[in-house]
Write a protein that binds this ligand. Structure first.
Ligand SMILES: [Zn+2]
Length: 113
């Protein structure tokens, strides 16, 4: 898999975890544990951000502001962000996830499942 693609997926997971920590179910954790987890997640996030090319990270943040997420899976040839069928002929099966791609309809970063 493309390295930047791997980083974007990890970044997306961390952003989801950071969001989940604000959920009421995490109230039981206690303030200190919660703050520590947030700090750990933000540290990991920073490491990923620093290893990503700046233009890719900026685009990820633009997409996140627009859609609430910067990357989406393609399942059964369908983009899970805009639900448009992807033109499968563009990329051969072996090429999938070998390069960073965006959805031709909504522009979100995509990975093939
Ligand atoms: Zn799309």
């Amino acid at each position: 898999m493309n390295e930047d693609l791997e980083r974007l997926i990890a970044l997306h997971d961390i952003d989801q975890l950071l969001r989940e920590i604000e959920n009421p179910q995490y109230r039981d954790l206690g303030f200190e544990v919660k703050e520590q987890r947030k700090a750990d997640l933000n540290k990991a996030r920073q490491e990923i951000v620093e290893s990503l090319p700046e233009s890719i990270y900026r685009k990820y943040e633009r997409l996140r502001a627009k859609y609430g997420r910067g990357i989406a899976p393609v399942v059964g040839g369908i983009c899970m962000n805009c639900f448009i069928q992807m033109p499968t002929a563009v990329v051969g099966m072996g090429q999938k996830n070998q390069q960073l791609e965006t959805c031709s309809n909504c522009g979100i970063f995509i990975y093939w499942v």
